[in-house]
Design a protein around this ligand. Structure first.
Ligand SMILES: Nc1ncnc2c1ncn2[C@@H]1O[C@H](COP(=O)(O)OP(=O)(O)OP(=O)(O)O)[C@@H](O)[C@H]1O
Ligand SMILES: [Mg+2]
Length: 328
């Protein structure tokens, strides 16, 4: 037992994968999936982990949920070491990994849940009532007695979720919980996640959907190539990348001198230039309220086709800025 009061805490967690390939599997390739991850998640919070494909999100989720051993560092969930106290932790945590694995296809959704309820040691008297309640909660009641092999991808995802919360875990790990769900089911899943938090469950969630992270997670971390590159609230991350406001100017190409003039405007922290077919878009990250679309227009008088828009810096902007910086 450690002195940590956080629901989840990691200290310098690393994970290396050695895999063999080539002639007679003589070549060993080493992947450093996690290169020293430090995180802390308060009890009862929803914590979001974002990051590009291969960043290490699933690896970290598996380590925290005792499925995978770290190579180095330490990780604690509910104050208990995920390596030495795995047995203690397992009944108290839930894990939802997306995909086909982990469900029994030949039996029904309800029978799957009965199997896992028994595995988790749920008393038989409570079992049926709990399964009914959970099926209702994930909107699978009407399909409960059909074999899982007949389920759509979204239905399987809901059954994974049902399985993950069946035993009332105190900490729930969700790895891309809404992947493959239609918009209505994804929204219901987010609602379910919020209701779990209202019940006091701590949630650790990975997602590729920026709006989902923004909507659900007061605290976020961005993982890139096995390292945490930022960790904060969305509001503070916006400041970190250079401002709350974003202006977009689109025209049929800009001169370097025009871009330089925009760069000299006070409060412009960054300009990203992208080609969109025949048009070029300049995205300006703005720190202050002083710069307005008209100031941008005034510096680009030779473009009758110019369009300038103002919007709030989105989490997607922040994410792309930070992940791009990391790549350089
Ligand atoms: N069992 C394994 N053996 C070898 N390498 C692995 C294994 N599992 C993961 N990796 C490697 O570790 C790195 C991190 O993978 P991980 O699945 O954690 O990424 P991720 O952030 O979840 O990506 P995605 O967004 O695509 O789900 C990748 O380079 C991956 O190839
Ligand atoms: Mg993953």
């Amino acid at each position: 037992m450690s002195a940590t009061s956080f629901a989840i805490e990691t200290r310098g967690v690393t994970r290396v994968f050695d895999s063999r390939k080539g002639f007679l599997f003589r070549e060993v390739s080493r992947t450093e999936a996690l290169k020293g991850v430090d995180l802390a998640v308060e009890q009862g919070a929803i914590f979001g982990l974002l990051g590009p494909n291969g960043a290490g999100k699933t690896t970290l989720t598996k380590i925290l949920s005792t499925l995978l051993l770290p190579t180095g560092g330490r990780a604690f969930v509910l104050g208990h070491d995920v390596v030495t106290d795995a047995e203690w932790l397992r009944p108290r945590i839930g894990l939802v990994l997306g995909g086909e694995r982990g469900l029994y296809n030949r039996i029904s959704g309800r029978e799957n849940l009965r199997y896992f309820a028994d595995l988790y040691g749920l008393p038989t008297a409570e079992r049926e009532r709990r399964i009914e309640e959970i099926l209702e909660r994930v909107d699978l009641s009407s399909a409960a007695d059909r074999r899982v092999e007949e389920y759509s991808r979204g239905m399987k995802q809901k059954l994974h979720l049902a399985r993950g919360i069946l035993h009332r875990p105190q900490v729930l790990f969700l790895d891309e919980p809404t992947i493959g769900l239609d918009p209505k089911s994804a929204r219901e899943t987010r609602k379910l996640v919020r209701s779990l938090v209202a019940d006091g469950v701590t949630i650790f969630l990975t997602t590729h959907y920026m709006f989902e992270a923004e909507e659900l997670c007061p605290q976020l971390a961005i993982l890139s190539k096995g390292r945490i590159v930022a960790r904060d609230t969305v509001a503070r991350l916006r400041q970190l990348v250079g401002g709350d406001r974003t202006l977009e100017a689109e025209a049929y190409g800009f001169e370097d001198s025009e871009v330089s003039a925009l760069r000299r405007l006070p409060g412009v922290s960054k300009i990203i230039e992208e080609e969109y077919g025949p048009r070029t878009r300049l995205t300006l990250r703005v720190r202050t309220d002083e710069i307005r679309p008209d100031d941008v227009r005034a510096l680009l008088p030779d473009h009758p086709e110019l369009e300038v828009k103002e919007r709030r810096t989105s989490l997607e902007d922040v994410y792309l800025d930070l992940v791009e910086e990391e790549a350089h």
